[in-house]
Design a protein around this ligand. Structure first.
Ligand code: NI
Ligand code: MN
Length: 231
């Protein structure tokens, strides 16, 4: 499995049975200047945590270009279907086996709305994803504050890799994110959702130091936007 971080909360994960994108925010994302929506030619599915522009991003364009299936909560997926995209409706607590792997939706403590011409359109609840793919268990937390039920997520899912926001202001800051890794019992963590905007500027080394204290068994893997790793 090859994982590429495209900045903010956007990940590209290429597995044996397909390539998935999570929260493909490209247009307006200074961290994704190395890539354009049109560069994606072969995408199996796009997992979207919520309707905010920095997560929904270029979902519709990429889906239209590639036929990728948009996966999200029912309200978000229904909107995508209305806009002509292939979509699969799910909701929190539910899991589904797709050809590329299994996706389960988790809670995320956050809002969710599309911004269409300055109007907010309801997009259902924000969520996170537990993804079982090629024998690995991945968790993308979406946008969220710290919540105690991360302990339950960790109890029932042996998380090989967690993608956790650390930017503060809109989501968890470094302290809460380090504690989240402890609750999740994550073996590895990629910090995300930081340094994209002035109000979420963070020193990733501060997170790594806090992680050593709070969750010493979790290995931090800070990736630069555009950087890939094998899993
Ligand atoms: Ni958000
Ligand atoms: Mn966000």
């Amino acid at each position: 499995m090859k994982l590429t971080y495209h900045g903010h909360s956007f990940f590209e994960i290429a597995g044996k049975s397909g390539t998935i994108l999570i929260d493909p925010f490209i247009t307006g994302n200074a961290q994704a200047s190395h890539i354009k929506a049109a560069d994606f030619k072969d995408v199996t599915a796009i997992l979207v945590t919520h309707g905010h522009g920095d997560h929904f991003g270029d979902t519709l364009e990429i889906s239209q270009n590639t036929g990728a299936l948009v996966i999200g909560v029912a309200e978000l997926a229904k909107y995508c279907a209305k806009m002509g995209a292939a979509s699969h409706r799910m909701h929190i607590g539910g899991k589904y086996q797709f050809p590329f792997g299994t996706v389960k939706l988790t809670q995320a403590i956050h809002g969710s709305a599309f911004d269409v011409n300055g109007q907010s359109i309801y997009a259902g609840l924000a969520c996170g994803f537990i993804i079982q793919m090629d024998g690995l268990c991945l968790y993308h937390a979406g946008d969220t504050g710290l919540f105690g039920d991360m302990e339950l997520i960790g109890r029932f899912n042996p998380i090989d890799l967690a993608m956790i926001p650390i930017g503060d202001n809109y989501v968890m800051g470094p302290e809460d994110a380090a504690y989240a890794c402890k609750l999740l019992k994550a073996k590895q963590v990629i910090p995300m959702h930081y340094n994209t905007f002035p109000e979420i500027r963070q020193d990733v080394n501060e997170f790594i130091q806090l992680l050593k204290k709070e969750s010493p068994d979790t290995n931090a893997l800070p990736l630069q936007p555009g950087q890939s790793m094998s899993l």
